[in-house]
Design a protein. Structure first.
Length: 192
């Protein structure tokens, strides 16, 4: 089984995440895409995050009707802050017959050389890269790498930050979220 790991805080998960994940699941050699809900990224301030299980609940609600998309809480029990290399090692140990790949936006690929043990990640895992809008495309050392696969996915200019700020300002963001995620956010009064 080939599994693509889509890491994120998903604070909240939105239709852009689903469009990209579903596109990759349907148009690549991956069998499934797991949404790995990260408890705390070493690059983000923790104070802006909803509770881990509230974000996992939103991912569960967003993916429950898609057979190839699954929520994953694997990082909740790993030491924090956690690094991708540790998660990959843990998953490989837990699921020895699975092949794990990373899914990332091309903006993340530009800084991939700063990741902990990035050479080891690249040695043992494939990376599927979806396009992002950026002012100038930076040529990277990873161009043409045999384990890095650019995916011709739709470009989604939608961010969780934009959604949170819009909710705070009293704007209607309902079309940007899966219906059951919107209902949960509204019911729980998140981000207001």
């Amino acid at each position: 089984m080939k599994v693509g790991l889509f890491f994120g805080s998903f604070n909240p998960i939105h239709i852009g995440h689903l469009v990209i994940a579903n596109h990759i699941a349907e148009h690549s050699d991956l069998d499934q895409v797991w949404f790995v809900v990260t408890p705390h990224s070493p690059f983000k301030k923790k104070s802006t995050l909803l509770d881990n299980y509230q974000r996992l609940e939103m991912v569960y609600r967003a993916t429950k009707d898609y057979t190839k998309l699954n929520p994953c809480d694997i990082e909740f029990n790993l030491p924090q802050p956690n690094y991708t290399i540790n998660t990959l090692a843990y998953l490989q140990e837990k699921y020895p017959t699975y092949q794990f790949a990373l899914i990332m936006g091309e903006d993340n690929l530009k800084s991939f050389h700063k990741w902990k043990n990035y050479e080891l990640i690249l040695e043992n895992h494939h990376i599927y890269v979806y396009p992002r809008v950026s002012e100038n495309t930076i040529e990277t050392q990873f161009d043409g790498h045999k384990k890095i696969h650019p995916i011709n996915a739709p470009i989604m200019e939608l961010s969780s930050t934009f959604i949170r700020n819009s909710i705070k300002e009293g704007k209607n963001v309902q079309p940007m979220l899966p219906q059951n995620v919107w209902e949960y956010l509204d019911e729980m009064n998140f981000y207001k």
